[in-house]
Design a protein around this ligand. Structure first.
Ligand SMILES: [Zn+2]
Length: 569
C-alpha cells in the first residue's frame, strides 16, 4: 500500500525526457515509483488527461517578511510553486541588530515596494543572527518549502551600523562580514545576494553595497567557497559586462561556486545580451559557472488607478483632489468632463526623470486586458492607438484607465520587449546556461504581479503563443523544475524520479487560465498587493501531501525550510 498514487497521468518528469503516460507513487513524502504502479494507494488521484509534473521551483522571490506570518505564501502557492528561494537582490531581514528593524524595512519597502506598515505589523523579529532566522523559519509550518539567502544590505547594516552605506571598509570589517556569511551558509542559507543597480534605492539612497569593491565581493563570495555550497546572486546594471566580469571570473575560479545575475534585453543596448551569452559560453568551457537569470515574460509594470504609478498620478488635480478618494468615487469624478479636461491640460509634476519617462513612454504602454495579453503587438500601444484615433496619447490612456470600473491595468514592460515580441526572450530562455527566475514573488506589490510566471510558461509558451515559436512542454517543465533546482543545488527535488521529494503538480492544461491581476488589501495593516488568480491546477502536492485541490488550500502544511548543504564527495 502506497501513501499516494497519481494514476494514468501524462508524466512530464522535469528532466526534459519525453512524456509518458503512467502512475506516480509517493511514500513517506518521497517518490517511490514512476511508471506502472501495481499496489493501491491509501489515497489515489485520477490524472487521466492531466499533466503530472514536479512542483515548480521558483528561485527568485522576496517573501522574506511574509514568510514569517503567512503559511500560504500566495500568490506563488496558487501557481504550483512548491519550493521558493527568498532573500534575493541584497535585501532581507537577517542578520539584524535590535533597533535596526526599521532600517531593513525601509530598504525592502524602497527596493521591492512591499508596504512598510505590513512588514512592521507582520514581522515578529524572533531572531538576530542569520542562523536564528533560519531556525525561526524552520519552526513554522507552511504549504510549501522555502530557502533563504544572506542579503548583503542586512549584513552591512549588522556589521557597519550607521556606516552601512560606506564604501571604504577596513580589512577587519570585511572579514567580519565574510565570517557571518560563512556561518549563515553553513547553517543552511542557499546563497548570498547583492544589488549593483541604480534602480534599487530607498529613502536612504542607493542600497548598501551597491558600489562595493571587488575586494569586498570576493571576500564575501569566498565564504561560499569555504562553506562548499551556495549561489552568489545579484541584480546589476552591468549585467555581467566589464568591469564586473573580471571579479565574477575571479570569484568562480577561486570558489568553484555559481554566480547568477539578472540578464535583460534593454532599450539602450538591445543586442548586448547576445554578447554576454557568448562570453558566458566561453567561460563555461573553462569550467566557470556563470548563470544569467531570465524571466519568461518581460518584467512588466502594471499601471492602474490602484497601482503605485500611472500616467496621471503626479498631476496636481489628481494628487490634490482625487488620489485619496475611494476607487468608485475617484472613477466617478474622473468621468466628469470638467475634471477630464483639467487633468488632460496638466503635466506630470514628478521630479524623478526616470519615473516621468516611464509614465509617458507611449509606444511601450499597452492595455493588459482580461484575459491578460503579455505579448501585445506594437499596433496595440497607446502611441499607435492614439495615432489611429487622431487623439493625444494622454486622452487614450485616460479612457483606458477608467475601463473595468477603474480596474483596468496597463502593461509597461521594463525590458525584454524592445522589438515588441518575445523572440529575444525565447532565445535567452532556451540558452543552455540560463536559469528562469525574476518572478519577484511577494514583492513590487503596488506595480508588478509576476509570481504567476510558472503558470504563464505553460499557458503562453507551451499552449497559446501565436506570434512566434512556442516551447515544447518537456523543455518548459524542465526549465521551471529540474533546471532551477539544479542551479541552487537542491538535488533532492525538481524531477519525478524514485527517491526525489514528492512535490507534484497535477494540471489540466486545457483549462489552465490566468485571471487578470487585481489589487487586494489583505496584507497586515490592510496593506495592498497585486495578486493574480488561476484556474487549472487540479492538485498541488508537497512531500506527498495535497496542499491545494482545485485552487483551494486543503489545510495541509507539509512545507519546511530547505537548508543548503555541501554536496557529499
Ligand atoms: Zn529581486
Amino acid at each position: 500500500m502506497h501513501d499516494l498514487v497519481i494514476r494514468h497521468g501524462t508524466i512530464i518528469d522535469g528532466t526534459g525526457r519525453p512524456r509518458v503516460v503512467g502512475d506516480v507513487a509517493i511514500d513517506g513524502g518521497t517518490i517511490a515509483a514512476v511508471g506502472e504502479v501495481g499496489g493501491r494507494g491509501r489515497r489515489e488521484i485520477d490524472a487521466r488527461d492531466l499533466l503530472v509534473a514536479p512542483g515548480w521551483v521558483d528561485v527568485h522571490t522576496h517573501y522574506d517578511g511574509q514568510v514569517t506570518w503567512d503559511p500560504i505564501l500566495a500568490p506563488s502557492s496558487w501557481h504550483g510553486v512548491t519550493t521558493l528561494v527568498m532573500g534575493n537582490c541584497g535585501v532581507g531581514f537577517a542578520p539584524v541588530r535590535p533597533g535596526q528593524e526599521d532600517f531593513l524595512i525601509e530598504l525592502m519597502e524602497g527596493v521591492e515596494d512591499i508596504p512598510g506598515s505590513a512588514l512592521h505589523e507582520g514581522i515578529a523579529w524572533r531572531w538576530e543572527s542569520f542562523p536564528e532566522y533560519l531556525d525561526a523559519l524552520a519552526a513554522m509550518p507552511r504549504v510549501l518549502d522555502v530557502a533563504a539567502q544572506v542579503p548583503h544590505c542586512a549584513l552591512r547594516a549588522y556589521v557597519l551600523g550607521e556606516r552601512a552605506h560606506d564604501l571604504e571598509l577596513s580589512a577587519d570589517e570585511i572579514a567580519a562580514m565574510a565570517r557571518l556569511t560563512e556561518e549563515a551558509v553553513r547553517a543552511g542559507a542557499v546563497g548570498f545576494t547583492t544589488s549593483r543597480t541604480i534602480l534599487h534605492s530607498s529613502r536612504h539612497g542607493l542600497v548598501p553595497g551597491t558600489h562595493s569593491t571587488p575586494a569586498e565581493l570576493l571576500a564575501l563570495g569566498g565564504a561560499l567557497g569555504a562553506a562548499g555550497h551556495g549561489v552568489f546572486e545579484m541584480v546589476a546594471d552591468l549585467q555581467g559586462q566589464e568591469p564586473d566580469l573580471s571579479w565574477m571570473r575571479e570569484f568562480c575560479r577561486a570558489t568553484g561556486r555559481v554566480i547568477t545575475f539578472a540578464l535583460a534585453q534593454t532599450p539602450m543596448q538591445p543586442t548586448a545580451w547576445r554578447d554576454t551569452l557568448a562570453c558566458i559560453d566561453e567561460l563555461a568551457a573553462q569550467g566557470l559557472h556563470i548563470v544569467p537569470q531570465v524571466p519568461c515574460r518581460p518584467t512588466g509594470m502594471l499601471y492602474g488607478l490602484q497601482s503605485s504609478l500611472h500616467p496621471f498620478i503626479s498631476h496636481p488635480t489628481y494628487r490634490d483632489e482625487l488620489a485619496a478618494l475611494p476607487l468608485a468615487e475617484r472613477v466617478g469624478r474622473m468621468r466628469e468632463p470638467a475634471v477630464r479636461a483639467r487633468l488632460l491640460a496638466e503635466e506630470p509634476a514628478v521630479a524623478n526623470p526616470i519615473a516621468r519617462l516611464l509614465m509617458t513612454n507611449w509606444p511601450g504602454i499597452f492595455p493588459l486586458g482580461d484575459p491578460p495579453d503579455y505579448e501585445p503587438p506594437a499596433e496595440r500601444s497607446v502611441a499607435a492607438a492614439a495615432e489611429r484615433a487622431g487623439k493625444r496619447p494622454e486622452e487614450v490612456v485616460y479612457d483606458w484607465l477608467l475601463e473595468r470600473d477603474g480596474r483596468q491595468l496597463l502593461f509597461a514592460p521594463l525590458a525584454n520587449y524592445v522589438d515588441a515580441n518575445f523572440d529575444a526572450l525565447r532565445e535567452m530562455m532556451l540558452h543552455p546556461r540560463t536559469v528562469l527566475g525574476l518572478s519577484d514573488g511577494g514583492a513590487h506589490c503596488g506595480l508588478i504581479a509576476d509570481a504567476s510566471m510558472p503558470t504563464f510558461l505553460l499557458t503562453h509558451w507551451v499552449r497559446d503563443r501565436r506570434r512566434g515559436e512556442r516551447i515544447p512542454l518537456e523543455r518548459a517543465v524542465h526549465l521551471q523544475t529540474g533546471n532551477t533546482a539544479a542551479v541552487y543545488g537542491l538535488t533532492d527535488r525538481g524531477t519525478l524520479e524514485p527517491g526525489k521529494k514528492g512535490d507534484v503538480n497535477v494540471i489540466d492544461l486545457d483549462a489552465l487560465r490566468l485571471h487578470a491581476p487585481e489589487m487586494v488589501f489583505d496584507l497586515p495593516a490592510g496593506g495592498r498587493r497585486l495578486v493574480q488568480h488561476v484556474d487549472g491546477y487540479r492538485a498541488t502536492i508537497v512531500a506527498g501531501q495535497v496542499t491545494f485541490e482545485d485552487g483551494e488550500p486543503t489545510g495541509a502544511r507539509p512545507g519546511t525550510l530547505v537548508r543548503g548543504r555541501a554536496a557529499q564527495p
